[in-house]
Write a protein that binds this ligand. Structure first.
Ligand code: C2E
Ligand code: CA
Ligand code: CA
Length: 667
């Protein structure tokens, strides 16, 4: 057969030069069918497995494939245009490969649908050749770029669409991309009529369907400008503390992890853990809105103290973290010092000025922790210790700090439980008139009988009780117990006053006066036989409030004693303004008189001042006859100390009293 005859083969067999074809998934027979009504002589063509596989490569989008087959014993090159119809059927139209007219018609008819899709699809579609020249430009592309397809076919794509750097890079890549022929995705900034926009392009290489195989690149792009703006905002929100704009916990952990990963051998990563010293008090006193303002101002202040490259974060509440760009011990401490220095100045929120110092813990990777978690934990621990050692200071982590923090944890659990389960008792230490030797009363000193550790002295837990706020509960229990004891002693015929210790933290709760009155009432103790020992720290923070409270206590019949006099910061002029009854000279001064003349002179003048202000004076911690003699010489009114008796449980105190009375009777 010659070529013309071969073209005719299909027509002869099927009554059309473009019969339909069909192939199923499980059978390699290509079925050709004629136009309706024409009975085929032989509509089945056997494909070899490779050819069948080739046909089955046709996907959902109309495409083409060429197979060499035999029809009626004659070789025939078939041009199949078609696609996958469903999961197990492929179909389309066939024509003889050499029958250019039929092939073209098939392609036009079948592809016109695909063409329309390309045109109308809601992505920008640009088809370019291997030189980057535009071959197709769909409708959305026309709208976005503001040009008509016919005007730009054959123009280079870069100059038209892309901003200059993107364009330059893309034009250099094009040859390599075509030779590799692998699909890829790329983000490109495109100059549109709405300004520059970000597009995500999914780029695919295809072979042309016509005789000479040519490769084209189909670029289909979607505008992701908004999506990316939204994504970035979301990521930003997820990583930011909304109050301060600092990084949040997650973000700083991520940054620290990254810093650890990137730290070269021998290079340190430094972390500062900051906690405000009296934020809770400020928040309780002025309210949350004020507290939030303060946190914002503090964060701004912290920012001014950082080195370039440092990152600050707020963990929540009043806790902050700084990740230092340079982790040398010297630089970390210098940063901590700058922050502490800045925090010494007051913060003005509206008309109110507040002082809010902070405590800072420092830890370094890898010495103090080799993971993000352990590094932060170590810095946190060091911060605790800084707080414990007086606040407004910084500490560098050391392993023994873990023990101290463990002790804190133990106290936190067990102090609460101890209070609930009544593990506390009061011991009473006698207080005597120095001139007459008569027992005037007792100081109530608390003891904790821990089932786990036995008797625990107040130095070991009072400070923690103050910090945790548990002192409120403990102090109320002390008032009630002391009042009950005083009432009992009164009923038994003893003439004794009991002094209780009240810490500054207890006075912060103004309900303290009511609690005191209730304790007296409950014990039926009228007149009041309970006195209060306050330390100078009670007077410092808010003198007016302290004076007000003192007046209320005195109105209820209590005497107010200034405890540990000389160890605090109250000035002599301040002392004159406070309505006190008694000044208690601290034990440390009594001890010092044994040392030298100067110390004696100091104690002498302190007593003189107290007397000048009309306060009575108690000297505590008298252990020797010579100390007693010295105090007698100064005209001190009352004494307390091991020379007379230690703090004892109430029954023992009573026995001590009886023995003392007998001795005095004998003497
Ligand atoms: P403080 O108020 O200065 O109490 C005097 C402390 O000195 C008591 O220690 C007492 O036992 C001790 N002491 C008395 N005479 C002598 C002496 O001659 N030599 C020596 N070496 N020590 C003497 P304690 O009972 O361990 O109490 C320690 C501190 O705990 C008290 O110091 C007080 O500040 C605090 N505290 C005790 N009970 C309470 C309480 O119920 N509430 C509050 N807020 N604090 C309390
Ligand atoms: Ca005391
Ligand atoms: Ca004392």
């Amino acid at each position: 057969m010659n070529e013309d005859q071969r073209d005719q083969v299909l027509y002869a067999q099927f009554g059309t030069s473009s019969p339909s074809w069909r192939l199923s998934a499980n059978n390699n027979t290509l079925e050709l069918s004629p136009v309706t009504g024409y009975v085929p002589a032989n509509g089945a063509i056997a494909l070899d497995p490779r050819q069948a596989a080739q046909v089955r490569c046709l996907a959902g989008v109309t495409s083409r494939v060429v197979v060499d087959v035999r029809l009626c014993g004659e070789p025939l090159r078939l041009h199949l245009v078609g696609k996958k119809l469903n999961s197990d059927t492929w179909a389309g139209t066939a024509s003889a490969y050499d029958d250019t007219e039929s092939v073209a018609r098939d392609l036009v008819l079948s592809l016109s649908f695909a063409e329309r899709v390309v045109s109308e699809v809601n992505s920008m579609v640009v088809i370019i050749d291997r030189h980057g020249r535009i071959q197709r430009f769909n409708r959305l592309a026309e709208e976005l770029i503001g040009v008509n397809e016919e005007d730009i076919i054959g123009h280079e794509v870069w100059a038209l669409l892309m901003c200059s750097e993107d364009g330059a890079a893309a034009s250099q890549d094009i040859a390599g991309l075509f030779s590799r022929g692998v699909s890829y995705e790329v983000e490109r900034r495109i100059r549109t009529v709405h300004g520059e926009r970000l597009f995500l392009f999914r780029n695919k290489f295809i072979q042309s369907g016509s005789g000479v195989e040519e490769q084209f690149l189909i670029c289909s792009g979607t505008d992701i400008t908004e999506l990316r703006l939204a994504q970035e905002r979301l990521t930003e929100l997820a990583n930011t503390d909304s109050l301060t704009g600092f990084a949040n916990r997650d973000a700083i952990q991520h940054k620290i992890r990254k810093a650890i990963d990137e730290a070269a051998a021998g290079e340190a990563v430094g972390v500062l853990f900051l906690d405000l010293d009296n934020f809770k008090k400020v928040n309780d006193h002025y309210g949350h809105v004020f507290g939030d303002h303060l946190i914002c101002d503090v964060s701004a202040a912290i920012s001014t103290c950082l080195n370039e490259g440092d990152a600050a974060a707020r963990l929540g509440g009043d806790e902050f973290i700084v990740l230092a760009a340079k982790g040398t011990a010297h630089q970390l401490e210098a940063t901590a010092q700058r922050i502490l220095e800045r925090m010494r100045a007051p913060f003005a929120v509206g008309l109110v000025e507040v002082y809010t110092g902070c405590s800072i813990g420092i830890a370094r990777y890898p010495e103090h922790g080799d993971t993000v978690e352990s590094l932060i934990r170590s810095a946190d621990t060091a911060m605790y210790v800084a707080k414990d050692e007086g606040k407004r200071t910084h500490r560098v982590f050391s392993p023994d700090m873990n023990r101290r923090v463990a002790e804190y944890m133990w106290l936190d659990t067990n102090l609460r439980r101890g209070l609930e389960e009544g593990q506390f008792t009061l011991h009473y230490q006698p207080k005597l008139s120095l001139a007459t030797g008569v027992v005037q009363g007792a100081e109530a000193l608390v003891r904790w009988n821990s089932p786990e550790r036995g008797q625990i002295m107040p130095v070991e837990f009072i400070r923690y009780a103050e910090e945790s706020g548990l002192i409120g509960v403990l102090g109320r229990w002390v008032m009630e117990t002391a009042a009950t004891q005083a009432a009992r002693w009164k009923a038994a015929g003893y003439n004794l006053r009991i002094a209780i210790n009240v810490s500054a933290r207890q006075l912060a709760d103004t309900a303290v006066v009511r609690h005191f009155a209730e304790a007296l009432q409950h014990a039926n103790l009228d007149p009041c036989l309970i006195d209060l020992e306050l330390t100078e720290s009670c007077l410092i923070e808010d003198e007016a409030a302290a004076i007000d409270l003192i007046k209320q206590f005195r109105r209820l019949g209590a005497q107010v004693h200034l405890d540990d006099f000389g160890t605090g910061y109250s000035s002599l002029s301040q002392l004159g303004r406070i309505p006190l009854d008694v000044i208690k000279l601290d034990r440390s001064f009594v001890r010092s008189i044994n040392a030298d003349i100067k110390a004696q002179a100091l104690v002498r003048s302190m007593v003189a001042v107290a007397q000048e202000l009309d306060f009575q004076v108690v000297a505590e911690g008298i252990e020797t006859e010579s100390e007693e003699a010295f105090m007698k010489g100064l005209g001190v009114d009352y004494v307390q100390g091991f020379l007379y008796g230690q703090a004892m449980p109430a029954p023992e105190f009573e026995r001590w009293l009886q023995v003392r009375r007998k001795l005095r009777l004998i003497a």
